[in-house]
Each structure stands twice: as C-alpha cells, then as structure tokens.
Design a protein around this ligand. Structure first.
Ligand SMILES: [Fe+2]
Length: 333
C-alpha cells in the first residue's frame, strides 16, 4: 500500500492548497511515461518550498535515520558515476547549516520521503489527484510504489548522468538549471546491456558520451517549470548561478516492475552466451521470463528493493550454493 492510500483529509490552511498546481497541456496525456516533456506549475512560491521551512523538514526527516537524507559535494562532472561523489561527514550536525547556507555550502542534498511530514503529504496527495486527471491514468491503481523527494543544491551543482526505475515529475521551485533528458527507448542511447546491468543492481550502468548528448532534450528550467522523466529515461542536470530547490514525485508502475524482470532474465541468458529477445517483442517470452524471476521473488515484498531485487538476490544465493557444492565434490574426486 502506498502512503497516499492511507491518507486522510487534511486540516491545512488555504495557502497550502493552491487551486491548481499544473498548467494543463496535451503532453501529460500524449507523452506520459513514454517521452520526456516540460510543463509549467504554480508551486514556486509555496510556503513549504522556502529554505527556513526546508531546514525544519530536514530536522524532522533526520529523526528517521541518516538514510532519510543524502548529502554530497555539489561539484562533480557529468560523466562521473553517481557513486563517485564524496559523502559529507558529520551529516546530522551540519545539515541545517548546509541548507540554510546553500548559496555557499557547495552541497547537494536529497530529502527522501518528505510526505512523512503531514503538510508535505497533503500537498503531494493533491499533486497526484491532478496528475491523474491530466494524464488520464489511474496512477494510484497502477503504481507499486511512490515517494516524494526534495532536491536542494548549491549554485553550479551537477547531477551526473544516470537512469532510474522511477517515472518522475520534477518541479523547479527556486533557481535555474538546465535539464538534459534522453529517450530511454532509443537503443543507440540506452543499450539492452546497460538496462540489464542496471536491473541486476549496477545503478551506474548507464554511461554518458558526447555522441549521446547530441540526442538530448535540453530544457532550460526556472522556478515554475517542471520536466517529466519516463521510466529509465537517462538524465543529467547542470545548475545555474543560483541555488536550486526542486520537488520530485516518483512512481514505480507494476508494468515497469514486470519489464524489469525481463531485463533480469535477459542478463542471465546473455551470460550463458545467448542473444535474448528484448522486452516488448514477444509477449510469450516476456511472460515466461517474468514468471521465472517471479518464482524466486518475495510473495509479499515490504520495500521497493524487495519488489525489484528479491528474485535475483535469491537466484544468486542458489548459484553460490551450487558453485560451493561443485568445489567440494571436485576436491573429493
Ligand atoms: Fe534521477
């Protein structure tokens, strides 16, 4: 169950509930979870998106553990891998200072699950309501997971090139930055092997190149603008001369979870020297692969990680035991 399904009507003041959040556009319906697009929104001046309130939010979130906030140095070239950034030390103590002085602290912060605070939860709930209307999709019914993040970054920060399993609506609240988005369905940009490695657990599998950059959708984002990333659409960001605040709404959809299992099965088939059929080309083969990975997956997954990776974790465990048994027999023989 998502956090939104358990939500109840909120007694928040009217300023927290704008009449409308998005400027309507046919792109929501025509391109949703297929192609990147830019849109306009009306949340840039919202009280929940101001720095003092975000310091308060960070202090609330840190009580859920250090994993509730990611904090790293803001200056890293776009071609570096996501995991190459150095994590800041003494996160908990310095966090309010990093945020309050974001203009100069050369920091890049990601506040996870901001809906743990009831005021943010009510706003996110309203955003989903409106997205369901604009896309014409029953998002709550089709999703397996949802989360809302807030990104806060110093001037000139770079978010390096990567892909996510989530389908995202990112909304710029302060500052300007350039969004570079790519068509994840174009195999000259994102190869089957990159997708298979990503779904086997290498979160940095997608690799940037100048040749790919020529095919980017480049959107100049300012406060009041937003972009949509479909599932596995590669992206990287370059911040401008001001600090940046952005809200991201992230969905996993059941259909994308199933496709992930096809990529996982294909990873192993490729390891066996075969040339596996990519997802979407044979419903029969896709179904067999989904069922196969499903045999090893948790019946009642508790987390997004369990949904995506419990099957391959179990398969790896079985493979390790077989290899160990072979070694023992080989020694005795
Ligand atoms: Fe991302």
């Amino acid at each position: 169950m998502s956090f939104l399904q358990a939500n109840s009507p909120s007694p928040l003041p009217p300023a927290m509930h704008p009449d409308r959040i998005f400027e309507p556009s046919p792109d929501f319906r025509d391109k949703f979870n297929r192609l990147p697009f830019m849109y306009s929104h009306y949340l840039a001046d919202h009280p929940l998106m101001q720095l003092p309130r975000l310091v308060e939010l960070a202090n609330t979130l840190i009580q859920y553990g250090p994993g509730s906030i990611r904090c790293q140095a803001s200056k890293m070239p776009k071609h570096l891998k996501w995991t190459d950034a150095t994590l800041k030390e003494d996160l908990q103590e310095k966090l309010p200072e990093f945020i309050a002085n974001i203009e100069h602290s050369e920091s890049w912060l990601l506040l996870y699950s901001v809906q743990r605070d009831p005021e943010y939860r009510a706003l996110v709930d309203q955003i989903i309501d409106e997205l369901e209307q604009l896309t014409g999709q029953p998002l709550r019914q089709e999703m397996s997971w949802i989360d809302a993040y807030i990104f806060i970054a110093s001037p000139r920060a770079v978010t390096s090139y990567h892909i996510d399993h989530e389908s995202t609506f990112l909304m710029q609240m302060h500052g300007d930055r350039t969004s570079n988005l790519f068509d994840g369905n174009d195999r000259s940009i994102l190869t089957d092997e990159e997708l298979e490695n990503f779904y086997i657990g290498d979160l940095t599998a997608a690799t940037y190149s100048d040749a790919k950059q020529a095919k980017a959708y480049v959107y100049p984002m300012t406060a009041g603008k937003g972009v949509h990333h479909p599932v596995c659409a590669p992206h990287w960001y370059q911040n401008g001369e001001q600090y940046s605040i952005a809200l991201g709404i992230h969905f996993d959809f059941k259909s994308d979870d199933r496709r992930a299992r096809v990529h996982q099965a294909n990873y192993y088939l490729r390891k066996l020297g075969l040339k596996p059929t990519p997802p979407g080309q044979s419903a029969f083969k896709d179904s067999l692969k989904i069922k196969f990975i499903g045999l090893f997956s948790d019946r009642h997954p508790q987390t997004k990680g369990d949904v995506l990776y419990s099957g391959i974790r179990r398969l790896r465990g079985i493979a390790a035991k077989i290899a160990q048994t072979r070694k023992i027999f080989a020694k005795k023989a």
